[in-house]
Design a protein around this ligand. Structure first.
Ligand SMILES: CCCCCCCCCCCCCCCCCC(=O)SCCNC(=O)CCNC(=O)[C@H](O)C(C)(C)COP(=O)(O)OP(=O)(O)OC[C@H]1O[C@@H](n2cnc3c(N)ncnc32)[C@H](O)[C@@H]1OP(=O)(O)O
Ligand SMILES: Cc1cc2nc3c(=O)[nH]c(=O)nc-3n(C[C@H](O)[C@H](O)[C@H](O)COP(=O)(O)OP(=O)(O)OC[C@H]3O[C@@H](n4cnc5c(N)ncnc54)[C@H](O)[C@@H]3O)c2cc1C
Length: 615
C-alpha cells in the first residue's frame, strides 16, 4: 500500500514529531472510542448501494433528489444494523458525529436531516409526556418523517411576526390552521417538499379572538399511504439553491386545515378542551429547539472545517509550484509561509471549536436539567452564549473553508475537490438557525445588560464576570496564554462599553432607546476596539506567530491525519490519504458525460453552421 502513497506525503509523515494516534484518540474521547468509531465506519461503508455510480454533480436537480432519497434509506438502515447494543446512545452519537459518516454518502446533505436534527428534538423538547410517548414511538422508527416548519416567505428572523394562524374551535376541539397571505406560507423547511409527511409547525395561536403567542403544532400534511397532500394543504419545493439541493426544502400553505386539540405540543403552554389557555412559565421556552440546534452546529462546524483543511493541507504537501530559491526546484506549496498562514489557522480553529462545543454541550445539558426542575435562571445566559458561538463558529468556518478552497488554486474550484460543496454547506449555517448578525445582536443585548448590572455593583454570571473586573485602560501586553486572554477581555470590555456609551449619547440627543440601539448596532456587532495594544506589541506578536507557523509546518500533515477522516468521507480528488491528486483529477474528469463521445452533437447542430456562415 505504501508504495502507492505520494513520496512527499510519505516524507511529511516521517517528519511528524508527535504521536498521531494519540491525538486521534483525544479527539474521539479515548482509544476505545476510536476503535468503536472505526468499527462503525467499516460496517457502514461496506454497505452495498451506498455510493454513486455517476458523480452527484452530473445529475439533474430531480435526479439528485431521487438519488439522495435512495441513499438516505440505505444509509439509515446500514446505521441501524451497525448499532452496537453494548454502547450507550451517547457513545453512538459521538461516533456518528465525529466520523461525519453521512458525508461519505452525500456530498450535499440528506433529505432526512431535518427529521433527525429538528423534528425529533422538537418533539422531545416541546411535547408533554403522553405526546412524547406516542410521537417518539413513530418518529424514532421513521414510520413517519417530519420536519420543522417555522420560517415563512415574509418572516424568518422575527418569529413574533409569523402570520400562520392556529385558531382554536372549542365546539369541535380542533385548531384551524390558516395562511392568510402569500407571505404567511411556510418557506424553507428541509424535507418538507416531497420527503416528509408530518411537521412541527410554529403558528400564532388565537383563542376567542385573543392572541396567545407563537406555539408549536404537530401537523400531518400528506396521506401516509398515497403520500398525496391532504385537503387544505398547498405544498411544493422552493427551487435550486447554492447548496442543500438534496435537502428538499419546501413551501407549505394552509387553507382552513383542521387538526385535533392534542396536536398542539403542550409541554410548556396548554390549551384545555374549553379553550382555557395555560401560559408557559417563560414564552422563550418555545424557542428551545433552536437553542439545541445552535449548540449542535458548533460541533458540526469543527468537523466540517477539519474536513476542508485536511483536503487543503494534504494537497499543499503534494503540490509543487514556482521557486523559492534559484535552481532549488519547485517547493511544496506548503513551504510558503503565506500558505501556512492560510491553512494552519483552520487546523487550530477546528480544535478550538471542538473544545468549545464540548463545553457548550455540557452547559446545555446542565441548563436543560435545571429547566426540567423548573429552574430557568441560566436560560438567558445559555441563549446569549449559544447565539454568539453559533454565529462566530459558522462565520469563521465559512471564511476558513473558502480560504482552504482558494488555497488549492484552480483545482479547488473543481467540484471533484469537494471544497465548493463543503463551503455551500457551512455558509448556509450563517443563515439558518438564526441569521448571524441577528444572533450577535442577541448576545450584545445581554452584554449591555450585564455591563449595566456590573456598573450598578451587581454580581455577574461567570461567563460575563470579566465585565465587572477592574481593567486599566492601558494594559501591559503579555504574550503568554493568560496575557492573551486578558487582552481579549480588555478588548471585549472596550467594545461593550463603547457601544453603550454610543447608545447613551443617542438617547441624550433625543432618540428613543430602540433607535439608539439601531444607530449603535454596527458597534454592537463589531465595535471598534479601544484596545491598548501598541505597535511594538503587534510586532512581537507577529514574530511569535511566524515562529509558531514554522513549528507547526513539519507536523501539518500529521495534524490533519489525526482528524482521521476516511477517503470516502473526504470525498475529494485533492485530499485522499495517498495523495494521488493528479491521477484522481483525471479519473474524475473522465467521468464527465461530455467525455462519453468525441464529438458533441452541438457541433453539427450549431457550431459548424455558425462557423461556416450558414446560421
Ligand atoms: C451538514 C451541514 C454542515 C453543518 C453541520 C451542522 C450540524 C447540525 C445541523 C443539522 C442540519 C440542520 C439543517 C438546517 C436546519 C435549519 C433550521 C432552521 O433554520 S429553523 C428556523 C430557525 N429560525 C431562527 O433561528 C429564527 C431566529 N430568530 C429568533 O431566534 C428570535 O426571533 C430572536 C431571538 C431573534 C428574537 O426573538 P424575540 O421574541 O423578538 O425576542 P426579543 O429580541 O424581543 O427578546 C426578548 C427576550 O427574549 C430573550 N430570548 C430570545 N430568544 C431566546 C431563547 N431562545 N431563549 C431564551 N431567551 C431568549 C432575549 O434575550 C430577550 O431577553 P431580555 O433582554 O428581554 O431579557
Ligand atoms: C439552507 C437553509 C435551510 C433552512 N432550513 C429551515 C428549516 O428547516 N425550517 C425553517 O423553519 N427555516 C429554515 N431556514 C430558514 C432560516 O432559519 C432563515 O432564513 C433565517 O432564520 C433568517 O431569516 P430570514 O431569511 O428571514 O432573514 P432576514 O431576517 O430577512 O435577514 C435579512 C437581513 O436582515 C437583517 N436583519 C433582520 N433582522 C434584523 C435585526 N433585528 N437587526 C439587524 N439586522 C436584521 C439580517 O442581519 C440580514 O442581513 C433555512 C434557511 C436556509 C438558508
Amino acid at each position: 500500500m505504501s508504495a502507492k502513497v505520494n513520496d512527499d506525503l510519505l516524507t511529511e509523515r516521517r517528519k511528524c514529531e508527535f504521536n498521531v494516534e494519540e491525538l486521534t484518540n483525544y479527539l474521539d474521547g479515548g482509544a476505545q472510542a476510536t476503535q468503536n468509531r472505526r468499527k462503525l465506519e467499516d460496517k457502514v461503508l461496506s454497505t452495498k448501494g451506498l455510493f454513486d455510480e455517476v458523480p452527484e454533480e452530473y445529475l439533474s436537480h430531480k435526479e439528485k433528489y431521487e438519488n439522495a432519497v435512495r441513499k438516505a434509506v440505505v444509509y439509515y438502515k446500514a446505521m441501524k444494523e451497525a448499532e452496537d447494543p453494548n454502547q450507550t446512545e451517547q457513545e453512538r452519537a459521538n461516533a456518528t458525529y465525529r466520523s461525519l459518516l453521512h458525508a461519505a454518502v452525500f456530498k450535499d446533505n440528506s433529505p432526512f436531516s431535518l427529521h433527525l436534527a429538528m423534528f425529533i428534538p422538537a418533539i422531545l423538547g416541546q411535547a408533554d409526556e403522553e405526546q412524547k410517548k406516542y410521537w417518539m414511538k413513530r418518529a424514532s422508527k421513521m414510520e413517519i418523517i417530519g420536519t420543522y416548519a417555522q420560517t415563512e416567505l415574509g418572516h424568518g428572523t422575527f418569529i413574533r411576526g409569523l402570520e400562520t394562524t392556529a385558531t382554536y374551535d372549542p365546539k369541535t376541539e380542533e385548531f384551524v390552521l390558516h395562511s392568510p397571505t402569500l407571505t404567511a406560507y411556510k418557506w424553507w423547511p428541509g424535507s418538507l417538499a416531497h420527503t416528509a409527511n408530518y411537521c412541527v409547525v410554529m403558528a400564532h395561536l388565537y383563542i376567542n379572538g385573543k392572541s396567545c403567542g407563537i406555539q408549536p403544532f404537530i401537523v400531518q400534511f400528506r396521506d401516509e399511504e398515497t403520500h398525496q397532500p391532504l385537503p387544505g394543504i398547498k405544498l411544493g419545493e422552493i427551487g435550486a439553491k447554492l447548496g442543500f439541493n438534496t435537502v428538499n426544502n419546501g413551501f407549505l400553505g394552509f387553507d382552513q386545515h383542521r387538526i385535533p386539540r392534542n396536536r398542539m405540543l403542550m409541554k410548556n403552554a396548554q390549551v384545555l378542551k374549553d379553550g382555557t389557555f395555560k401560559r408557559s412559565p417563560n414564552s422563550k421556552l418555545t424557542y428551545g429547539t433552536m437553542v439545541y440546534v445552535r449548540v449542535v452546529i458548533v460541533n458540526g462546524m469543527a468537523n466540517q472545517l477539519a474536513r476542508a483543511v485536511t483536503i487543503a493541507v494534504r494537497y499543499s504537501a503534494v503540490r509543487r509550484q514556482s521557486e523559492l530559491k534559484p535552481d532549488a526546484g519547485e517547493p511544496q506549496i506548503l513551504d510558503y509561509v503565506t500558505q501556512q498562514h492560510k491553512l494552519f489557522i483552520g487546523i487550530a480553529s477546528s480544535h478550538a471549536f471542538t473544545l468549545t462545543a464540548k463545553w457548550l454541550t455540557r452547559m446545555y445539558q446542565k441548563v436543560t436539567a435545571d429547566l426540567e426542575k423548573g429552574n430557568l435562571d441560566e436560560l438567558p445566559e445559555l441563549h446569549a452564549i449559544a447565539c454568539c458561538l453559533k454565529a462566530v463558529t459558522t462565520t469563521d468556518t465559512s471564511v476558513l473553508v473558502e480560504r482552504s478552497r482558494t488555497s488549492c488554486g484552480g483545482h479547488g474550484y473543481m467540484l471533484s475537490s469537494n471544497l465548493p460543496q463543503i463551503y455551500g454547506l457551512v455558509t448556509a449555517a450563517c443563515t439558518y438557525e438564526g441569521e448571524n448578525t441577528v444572533l450577535m445582536l442577541q448576545t450584545a443585548r445581554s452584554l449591555v445588560k450585564a455591563l449595566e448590572q456590573a456598573q450598578s455593583g451587581k454580581r455577574l454570571s461567570p461567563t460575563m464576570s470579566y465585565l465587572s473586573e477592574k481593567v486599566s485602560s492601558r494594559l501591559k501586553w503579555d504574550n503568554s496564554i493568560d496575557g492573551i486572554v486578558k487582552g481579549f477581555r480588555r478588548v471585549a470590555y472596550g467594545k461593550v462599553e463603547s457601544a453603550m456609551r454610543s447608545m447613551r449619547k443617542y438617547v441624550r440627543s433625543g432618540l428613543g432607546p430602540e433607535d439608539a440601539w439601531n444607530m449603535s448596532s454596527v458597534q454592537l456587532v463589531a465595535a471598534s476596539e479601544y484596545t491598548s495594544i501598541s505597535e511594538a506589541d503587534i510586532r512581537q506578536l507577529q514574530d511569535t506567530y511566524e515562529d509558531l507557523l514554522g513549528k507547526i509546518r513539519p507536523n501539518a500533515v500529521g495534524l490533519v491525519d489525526a482528524f482521521d477522516f476516511r477517503d470516502q468521507i473526504l470525498n475529494s480528488t485533492l485530499g485522499a490519504y495517498d495523495g494521488r491528486v493528479y491521477e484522481r483529477l483525471m479519473e474524475e474528469a473522465l467521468k464527465s458525460p461530455l467525455n462519453a463521445e468525441p464529438v458533441n452533437q452541438s457541433f453539427h447542430k450549431y457550431l459548424k453552421p455558425f462557423m461556416q456562415g450558414k446560421l
